[in-house]
Design a protein around this ligand. Structure first.
Ligand code: Z5A
Length: 213
């Protein structure tokens, strides 16, 4: 099909609770792939650098108040504003490692009580990741890691609801769950292996697909 291309980058997403270690692991993975000579970029959502991202950032810092539906749509818009760049990077052979994506969008908003299908709707048509790695940790253990900061969602009771929401999103085909309570080096080693498999599959011309159509 026209969607099949000879050598494309992989879309790799890391998900999990606050303090699960996503940011650390994304950084290590990025350096590893770069050292191997791969074209690779590290992205994160929310991308706080855009106009929409600044509204999100102010909301998360409790500096502004927004209706739950409105902030959900802003998080989604923040991904849509990067969609075409994402696709062109992947088509040109660059692998993208993304710290949080649509799954965070749905997990956090539905943990507030919004309907899951309503939450998924604005994400439909964004590129589907080739791999989602969920760094599993209990909210209690995560909270022990340096404590939570002052951002809006960094509260134990809320994080417990987020875990339950993530469970409903886990689709066996693209999700891999790692034990985020292992030493950082062990998580890193397991992550490298899963990611290399995915990068090679994509390079062989795995077609693109879209989320939740
Ligand atoms: N959100 C949303 O509602 N809707 C959306 O669509 C999106 C997001 C995309 C901001 O996200 C909030 O936005 C987030 C979800 C919501 N709210 N929460 N909660 P963010 O990505 O900007 O912030 P974050 O998720 O809170 O990221 P973080 O603070 O950077 O945490 P992290 O990336 O998971 O962890 P880390 O910084 O790599 O590690 C945390 C600490 O643990 C650090 O001291 C490490 O040294 C330590 N650590 C890491 N790994 C280990 C291991 N293996 N052992 C021991 N210690 C470790």
């Amino acid at each position: 099909s026209s969607d099949k291309i000879d050598s494309r980058g992989a879309l790799i997403v890391l998900e999990g609770l606050d303090r699960c270690g996503k940011t650390s692991q994304c950084g290590r993975l990025h350096s590893y792939l770069e050292e191997l000579g791969h074209a690779v970029e590290l992205w994160r959502f929310p991308d706080r650098n855009t106009g929409v991202g600044q509204m999100i950032s102010s909301y998360l810092a409790n500096k502004s108040h927004l209706d739950d539906h409105a902030i959900h749509l802003l998080f989604s818009a923040n991904r849509w504003e990067k969609r075409s760049l994402m696709e062109s990077k992947l088509r040109s052979g660059t692998t993208l490692i993304i710290d949080r994506y649509s799954f965070s969008g749905v997990a956090f908003s539905s943990a507030k009580g919004l309907d899951v299908e309503w939450c998924k709707a604005p994400e439909a048509g964004l590129l589907a990741p080739d791999l989602v790695v969920y760094l599993g940790i209990s909210p209690e253990k995560a909270a022990e890691r340096g404590g939570y900061g002052g951002e809006r969602y960094e509260k134990l009771e809320f994080q417990k609801k987020v875990v339950e929401s993530y469970k409903t999103l886990c689709d066996d085909a693209t999700w891999k769950i790692l034990d985020a309570t292992l030493p950082m080096e062990d998580v890193e080693k397991q992550l490298r292996q899963i990611v290399m498999d995915c990068v090679l599959t994509c390079r062989k011309g795995k077609p693109f697909s879209e989320l939740w159509q």
